[in-house]
Design a binder for this molecule. Sequence first.
Ligand code: FES
Ligand code: FES
Length: 569
Amino acid sequence: MDDPSAVLELGRLLPETVLQVDAVARASEQAPGGVELHEPVFTVLAEPAAAPPIELRRPILKESLPTILDHAPVALRHPHRRATFELAAASLAGFRAAFDGLGFTEIQTPKLVASATEGGADVFPVDYFGRRAYLAQSPQFFKQMLVGVFERVYEVGPVFRAEPHDTSRHLAEYVSLDAELGFIEDHRTVMGVAREAVAGMVEGARQRAGRSLELLGVRLPDVPAAIPTLHFAEAQERIEQATSERAVGEPDLAPAHERWLGEWARREHGADFLFVEGYPMAKRPFYTHPEPGRPEYSNSFDLLFRGLELMTGGQRLHRYDEYLAALAARGQSPEPFEGYLQAFRYGMPPHGGFAIGLERWVAQLTGAHNVSQGHALSAGPGAPRPVSLPKGPQGVGRRRPPHPSGGGLMPDPVRVSLTVNGRTYERDVEPRLLLVHLLRDELGLTGTHIGCDTSTCGACTVRLDGDTVKSCTVFAFSAEGCDVQTIEGLTTNGELHPLQRAFHEEHGLQCGYCTPGMIMAATAILERSPNPSDEEIRTGLEGNLCRCTGYHNIVEAVKAAAGEVATHA
Ligand code: FES
Ligand code: FES
């Protein structure tokens, strides 16, 4: 721009001022976006009332997670945050395109319902003109009924689970991608269609969110024509043989076992996806079809994506008398299900379906540890919402007196129970307390360090259910039920872990500030690859910064410990 007074004038404007620019656009290879503006004339359309509390111009946001969430309307404008939701939108568009192409009809079903779909206590009760109603846990009943109308239906909509806490794997409110189809052979027909859903989402992301994928460094998975499949019983046997951990006879797969299966699928089949079929009937809802010949198992499945359950589905019962028997077997009266049961009384084809959690998909795709990071405006209790709804751990709105600091509503504490280094702790925590502060300030485990407020240094790295996480990016409440390992947990009977010894012997540290995080990250590298190459070690430690040692000795230390770690374990 040639006019110095105009430059000066623009320099006085606050960030996020909304401008209209009239100019001549010329193509330019050097210019960002490939276009240069000449002879621009600026008109201010709207001036902000205040400077934004978030520095959006930085390539990576430097504010802490609570600050980012407190200022979500501004923070979401950052290219990285926005890219996550562009990815979600593109995946959704791909899902819709795939199902429209397969002859499915999109439906919208009620979200205020008279009975709990999945049973159990995790429903949000609401007052419906003096009567008890619930927020829908899933569109399950409606989509089944509508198979009787359209044969093939799908829905994208919110669902609500009143989990006592949101956890790193669950949200109390999320977006569910549901599908249901009739005239199936069994659950394997549904699995074939489920594969198309995922392929559509990947294709949608590839076609519509290329720039976001690049910005976030996301590798899209290949969706094999035939996704590898294991029966639940076989999966348990393999896990037990390989890990010596008890798995056979358990009613479900533990998160660590899902991760093991994810690694197995990658190793044996080069696949990011794995179907596990035949879950025990005891863990599936009453409408699930049992496995012919083995009624303790079901014609149901989960789809694991990189070691995390992404989708649940299966074949449903379709005969009226089967429903009456299934409800009776669980001691439930058919009365509250009268409307639903009509569909079966008046004839339904064999059918089945599945559901995918959108936030899980995005979180797993982008490598975010916590599913709430795949959620635009809600990230658990205490998070800001467009309309402020203070809520307690059970989701019941409760107002507290204003905080003396003038900070307005104080969120209720949330009870969290977790295992740290093999010991179980229960604490009432402020919903936005970070895991690193819980470890250091409440549990006294000060080996976990804080080296930045930008989630970049890795000094706070711990293991959470086996994953390597920066504990300054995880809310304490979201570690509910998790198994945490910190540097203190590596020492056995006063004897240092081989990695701790090797860092000492190979001079892998000077001030030692980064060392606990480095070592925790290194434990994961050696679990993945018992004899890692230099490159594997450097890649594995990319998220950990050392300001004084240089990385050569650190890499040597990890290599020196490698052989010994296998024996130590
Ligand atoms: S303190 Fe967590 S990454 Fe720096
Ligand atoms: S040893 Fe000092 S920061 Fe790494």
